[in-house]
Design a protein around this ligand. Structure first.
Ligand SMILES: Cc1cc2nc3c(=O)[nH]c(=O)nc-3n(C[C@H](O)[C@H](O)[C@H](O)COP(=O)(O)OP(=O)(O)OC[C@H]3O[C@@H](n4cnc5c(N)ncnc54)[C@H](O)[C@@H]3O)c2cc1C
Length: 382
């Protein structure tokens, strides 16, 4: 079986959703392929429920567009609110334009956004191969209950988080490292009515808290992923064993577990350019967006267009956490929810231009991309 689209977006995490919305709203025949049955990726199936800031911490909003629309969507069905004083006193925690949301509410709001556009969503469908003609990506292979299907498109956006399409197509990729974490929802009377009672165990973003003797994931594959998720749930069992000896079982029990592996950094592409660790608060010639440091105020990175364009493979863009950012501060900033959605929309803008001009993303002009970004209020220079 064969279907043909203008743009095919792989992966319905926040990056893929933003990319698909941008393409569909620009009149493209758009497909969105997702291996689970939920949109949102780590932000919903992964129970990562903090939509980090759209602002620089000094009262200035730097991310606009679909990323802001998704932030508002994440709290549409409650609970949560945008801090009223986010642009007030600089440097305080409540001075950030960010929200904590319920993953289930976010799913409902995303469903609504996707339904309002004419997007052909394929859930329960895993991408398992790439079809190329020379260095040009022309199609992908997917596997679902109907069997193996080939899907063709004029342009592809890899928003799988793991650069799956890029990897299948033979693009140069690099693997990141992952210390063990598990974010889950605790069942207790404490969490009711306000926000989910999140239980966050294991390593933080800098790797601190990684349990002794637990495996560090250095290469994403079926075996390593299985070992990682089993170890993370063992950590949770040990936690509840301890807690339930000391407290009532009614107030401390597992209520909801992540249904996708909680990896921060897995596979990323080698792009035509890279977001550099030392490139903060500097102008970049081919910038197409701005990303704020979420850990503290005052640092922002401009996003080079080349960081979402893989070298060698034509007809493909990437978006979200698998873009080219240097390991360290740059990747730590670029991979989070607001920035993943931002690069999703930028990739969508470029894909639309590539299709309209009958070319590939490496030949799309920065000036044309910026004209589209200007119309959407997206800023790309400090
Ligand atoms: C423990 C942890 C804590 C974090 N904390 C925060 C935080 O507090 N705030 C924040 O903003 N960010 C946080 N992050 C980072 C953030 O959650 C992710 O980086 C971001 O959500 C990535 O979005 P994405 O769309 O790029 O990728 P993903 O969310 O990974 O989405 C990729 C999608 O593609 C699908 N997919 C993958 N492969 C295939 C395939 N072969 N075929 C079909 N579909 C496929 C997946 O099912 C998924 O839906 C955290 C991450 C982790 C792991």
């Amino acid at each position: 079986m064969m279907e043909k689209y203008d743009v095919l977006v792989a992966g319905a995490g926040v990056a893929g959703i933003a990319a698909a919305l941008e393409c569909a709203r620009s009149g493209m025949k758009t497909a969105l392929i997702e291996k689970t049955i939920l949109p949102g990726g780590l932000a919903t199936s992964g129970l990562v429920n903090i939509y980090l800031p759209l602002c620089d911490g000094n009262g200035r909003q730097v991310i606009h567009g679909i990323s802001e629309e998704l932030l508002k969507g994440s709290i549409k069905y409650g609970p949560g609110a945008i801090p009223s004083g986010w642009n007030g006193v600089p440097g305080r925690k409540e001075s950030r334009y960010m929200v904590i949301f319920s993953p289930s509410s976010f799913v409902l709001a995303i469903d609504e956004l996707l339904e309002n556009e004419n997007i052909d969503v394929w859930y329960d469908t895993q991408i398992c191969g790439a079809i190329t003609r020379g260095s040009r990506l022309t199609g992908i292979e997917v596997l679902n209950k109907s069997g193996k299907i080939a899907l063709k498109a004029s342009c592809f956006i890899d928003a799988t988080g793991d650069a799956d399409i890029a990897n299948f197509a033979g693009a140069e990729c690099e693997q990141g490292e992952n210390r063990l974490s598990i974010w889950s929802i605790n069942g207790s009377s404490k969490g009711q009515g306000s926000s989910p009672d999140m239980l966050r165990l294991g390593a933080d973003d800098s790797g601190r808290g990684h349990p002794e003797n637990a495996p560090v994931l250095r290469e994403i594959n079926g075996k390593n992923t299985t070992a990682f998720v089993l170890e993370s749930r063992r950590l949770l069992r040990r936690h509840y064993d301890r807690k339930q000896k000391a407290h009532s079982r009614e107030n401390e029990y597992p209520l909801s577990l992540p249904t996708m592996a909680q990896f921060r950094t897995t596979r990323k592409i080698r792009g035509m350019s890279s977001i550099r660790n030392d490139a903060f608060n500097r102008n970049i010639d081919d910038s197409v967006g701005i990303m704020p440091e979420w850990r503290f105020a005052g640092k922002v990175w401009e996003v080079p267009y080349g960081s979402i364009v893989p070298v060698k493979i034509k007809g493909l863009l990437v978006a979200g956490r698998c873009l080219d950012a240097e390991t360290g501060d740059a990747w730590n900033v670029a991979r989070v929810i607001p920035c993943a959605a931002l690069t999703g929309q930028i990739a969508g803008v470029s894909a639309v231009l590539a299709v309209r001009n009958k070319t590939t993303p490496d030949n799309v002009g920065i000036g044309d991309i910026r004209k589209s970004l200007d119309r959407r209020g997206i800023i790309y220079h400090m």
